[in-house]
Design a protein around this ligand. Structure first.
Ligand code: NAD
Length: 317
């Protein structure tokens, strides 16, 4: 009989992975957690530290560290293994190194009979997700890139500071690459159904200032990395949010990466677009309306991802 409790396995117990786990246990996301890291001493230490939180939290959980046997009965895998982005380095600079790591992980996950949903956050995230999906051969809907989910949170936060409205009220996305070529969807974005353009006009916000909002969003990771060498709390919370929508079958919409299959006439690579997320993974994707300029930028961003995906696949041949 299948165990009815939820089990999440983390692969890569560094700053991002453990921020996710800490956020997840505090929100009572699952009953069982597993931790795998190439550094087994580290994963054991993380297990021992996290289990100390059990008596202090309202919802109890089990946590184990170990090898890939942990994934065979898991519902959800979160992959955050890789090396972190160095100051001044773009996410695309990490392609070859992280593609080799992702290949090893994908082969292990597949050979241990995993049947659930995978979310990947390792950078460059859409490219690493394409590599993982190709190596495992898992159904694309069950393989999700965290893609532009964090960027979308950052955009909503920027807008909330400008308009003094809760970030949850904005109907906007960041799309394309989780990285420098991303697109913020201002043209048809809304605040609770009302076009954002009306609020920009009301607050006398110029096109240059709108462009600066997007710039602050995509440059925020660099700003954080310059200050503290890595970013992890925002992505940890974002991964928890996506996981919640999967484990509770909430079918909420996130700018996660989906393997494009004709959306905006683009194919064959993962990129951030609005996706409905439920227990089977990506239930549906949407084409958010874009201005001509935004569409051109989105297609350019996807083409950048495609070119770099080819480099990643070459590196692991
Ligand atoms: P980190 O160095 O703190 O942690 C990485 C962990 O991966 C380490 O514990 C390391 O031992 C482990 N690891 C390396 N190779 C492994 C393998 N083959 N199998 C299992 N574990 C392995 O780095 P971090 O700051 O946690 O960042 C992790 C990744 O997340 C990076 O690629 C980073 O760029 C990315 N990231 C993504 C987002 C996002 O929005 N998607 C945001 C921040 C960081």
């Amino acid at each position: 009989m299948k165990n009815t409790t939820n089990k999440i396995v983390l692969i890569g117990a560094g700053a991002v992975g453990t921020s996710f786990l800490y956020s997840a246990i505090n929100q009572g996301l699952a009953e069982r957690y597993g931790i795998i890291d190439i550094n087994e001493v580290n994963s054991r230490g993380q297990k021992l530290d996290l289990e100390d939180a059990r008596p202090a939290l309202p919802r109890d959980f089990e946590v184990e560290s170990g090898n890939y046997e942990l994934v065979s009965d898991a519902d959800l895998i979160i992959i955050t293994a890789g090396r972190p982005q160095k100051p001044g380095e773009t996410r695309l600079n990490m392609v070859a190194d992280n593609a080799r790591i992702m290949k090893q992980i994908a082969l292990q996950v597949k050979s241990h009979g995993f049947k659930g949903v995978t979310i990947i956050a390792s950078n460059p995230v859409d490219i690493m997700t394409t590599v993982y999906q190709k190596i495992t051969g898992f159904e694309p809907k069950k393989v999700i890139s965290s893609s532009c989910t964090l960027d979308t949170l950052r955009l909503k936060l920027e807008l909330s500071k400008i308009f003094n409205v809760a970030p949850t009220e904005f109907g906007v996305f960041v799309m394309g690459e989780h990285g420098d070529s991303s697109v913020s969807t201002f043209a048809h974005g809304t605040l609770k159904g009302i076009p954002l353009s009306k609020f920009f006009a009301k607050h006398s916000i110029t096109q240059d200032q709108i462009n600066e909002i997007h710039e602050r969003v995509w440059k925020k990771a660099y700003e954080i990395i310059d200050c503290k060498h890595a970013t992890f709390y925002g992505i940890g919370a974002s991964l928890t949010d996506i996981s919640m929508s999967i484990l509770r079958d909430e079918k909420r919409v996130f700018a996660t990466g989906s393997l494009l299959n004709g959306e905006y006439d683009m194919y064959g690579t993962y990129a951030g677009i609005p996706c409905v997320i439920g227990k089977e993974g990506i239930v549906e994707t949407y084409e958010f309306p874009l201005s001509e300029q935004e569409l051109a930028k989105f297609k350019k961003s996807v083409n950048t991802l495609k070119e770099n995906t080819l480099l990643a696949l070459k590196a692991i041949k």
